[in-house]
Design a protein around this ligand. Structure first.
Ligand code: ADP
Length: 493
């Protein structure tokens, strides 16, 4: 049977998706299954690994059925995933020994505070590119090994292993043959030395984490292993591409060259800029991370995230109730020529990069008797772009050069005013691709490269199709004043 499809498994935070592409990277079919979010205590978030695995099985079967595709026609599998979330399972039999501790989970805050107090922050940042925060995997591992001593005993004997979501899925797909991850996922654990490309022995010793639990780290494209013993896919399909979700989106947006950047405007916003083979240690509160490795070539990126992006539009809908659905915000905002001097700072959960103000609270500033819901809606959309612009400016300062243009995706990238405003305020071309499933696309592209279905990234770039380009066209905007008022508002949160 001709093998003409690529299966991309996108193991996300709230659902797992299976997207089947043809070899020209057109989407053929999609399957999706949500799973439960478990909140054992305030600030704690867990997932049930068996439920995640089942959600993958169901979504793959759904995608195959929707596309009327025989599973024997699948040439290769790519995996992309929620990053940092930590899974623990028995090496033999693959049984989870604890719920997955999710990236959002704050249970290891005290551990992080202790590391900071010990003055380890700079050393850790230099080695891993990351700031000490419960977000990343390593302090979740420390927490588990400390709080469940039986797990530590078995982990030290190599009987219990750790992995991020990609590693867990890969282990299950290969019936336990392979315990591996790719460099992009490894670089989010706060255990991986992004210079030497190996687990950092000094950090492991300091954190008392046994090396035996860690997966083998491999390039992002190439055969990791083959499917084996599954009831929903035949044996022998190569799993040949893996990358964390944000890195996969950068790849799916074809940002292959230094200085190319993408913004994913979802609930939050994630900005990544390709810095080529250079490690850019940030002086402006951004993270340094590995984008991918293809062959011997490692590509790095700098990353910054906005906590509240599309979520401010959800707040207009569910909190203020001035719109019925997210897309209605466009019409409401279009009914006024500008925000009438109103500035919204949606610091609902503090402010992320580059400001890092944990205690900040939100603010609506500049209200007059003439302020209406439309002005607040417009200012809310603008706040997504202004927060993103602060990260872009920090990235440019770190890189010492300008970002060429911005490729965009995510739910809020449908909003034309947001993209025009972003283009104008950041003085860049903003490009929205036809296929906005860029995360799954990135994993599919990596897996195609990994089995030689495509030759190189040049070939992939030719397949990138633009939906719409936005240029700095809102000429009437008083950009200087808008930026000044934004900074003034930020000072007040
Ligand atoms: P996530 O993957 O983080 O769940 P999505 O990429 O699915 O997010 O995007 C959903 C977000 O996009 C929501 O916060 C929603 O409010 C926002 N959104 C959807 N449509 C629009 C729109 N037309 N304008 C602005 N924001 C929108």
């Amino acid at each position: 049977m001709e093998k003409k499809y690529i299966l991309s498994i996108d193991q996300g935070t709230t659902s797992s998706r299976a997207i089947i592409f043809d070899t020209n990277f057109n989407i053929v079919s999609i399957g999706q299954k949500e799973f439960n979010q478990i909140y054992p205590k305030p600030g704690w978030v867990e997932h049930n690994p068996d439920e995640i695995w089942e959600s993958i099985r169901v979504s793959v079967l759904e995608a195959l059925a929707n596309g009327k595709i025989d599973s024997k026609e699948i040439a290769a599998i790519g995996i992309t995933n929620q990053r940092e979330t930590s899974f623990f399972w028995e090496k033999e039999g693959l049984k989870p020994v604890y719920n997955a501790i999710v990236w959002q989970c704050r249970r290891s805050s005290d551990i992080c505070n202790r590391l900071i107090k010990q003055g380890l922050e700079d050393r850790i940042k230099k080695k891993t590119g990351l700031v000490v925060d419960p977000y990343f995997s390593s302090t979740k591992i420390i927490w588990l090994l400390k709080n469940i001593p039986e797990i530590r005993v078995l982990a030290e004997k190599g009987k219990i292993v750790f992995g991020t979501s990609d590693t867990f899925v890969l282990s299950r797909l290969t019936s336990g043959d392979i315990h591996a991850t790719d460099v992009s996922n490894a670089s989010r654990t706060m255990l991986f030395n992004i210079r030497d490309l190996s687990w950092d022995t000094e950090i492991l010793k300091l954190f008392k984490i046994p090396a035996a639990i860690l997966p083998k780290v491999m390039p992002s494209a190439g055969v990791f292993g083959y499917t084996k013993g599954l009831d929903f896919l035949p044996d022998g399909i190569p799993i040949s591409g893996i990358a964390g979700d944000q890195q996969a989106a950068l790849f799916g947006q074809c940002c292959f060259d230094e200085g190319e950047a993408k913004i994913t405007y979802g609930t939050g916003a994630f900005l990544l800029t390709n810095t080529g083979d250079k490690i850019k240690a940030s002086r402006y509160g951004l993270l340094t991370t590995i984008a991918w490795q293809i062959g011997d070539r490692v590509t790095y990126a700098i990353e910054g995230s906005v906590f509240i992006a599309g979520a401010v539009i959800q707040w207009l809908r569910d909190g203020l109730k001035i719109i019925k659905s997210s897309k209605d915000v466009e019409k409401l905002a279009d009914s006024v020529p500008d925000s009438g001097g109103v500035v919204v700072v949606p610091a609902f959960v503090g402010l992320g990069a580059p400001h890092w103000k944990k205690e900040a609270k939100g603010l609506i500033w500049g209200i007059t008797r003439g302020t209406s819901d439309a002005h607040i809606a417009k200012a809310s959309i603008e706040s997504i772009a202004l927060q993103s612009n602060d990260i872009i400016e920090a990235m440019e300062k770190d890189m010492g050069k300008k970002i060429k243009n911005l490729k965009v995706d995510g739910g809020a990238a449908k909003n034309d005013y947001l993209l025009s405003f972003q283009a104008t305020i950041s003085n860049k071309k903003v490009i929205r691709p036809q296929i906005t499933e860029t995360t799954a696309m990135g994993a599919a592209m990596l897996s195609a490269l990994g089995v030689g279905l495509v030759k190189d990234t040049k070939t992939l770039k030719k397949r990138f199709k633009v939906d719409k380009e936005f240029t700095p066209s809102l000429k009437s905007l008083p950009i200087k004043e808008i930026k000044y008022r934004w900074q003034e508002a930020l000072r007040r949160v």
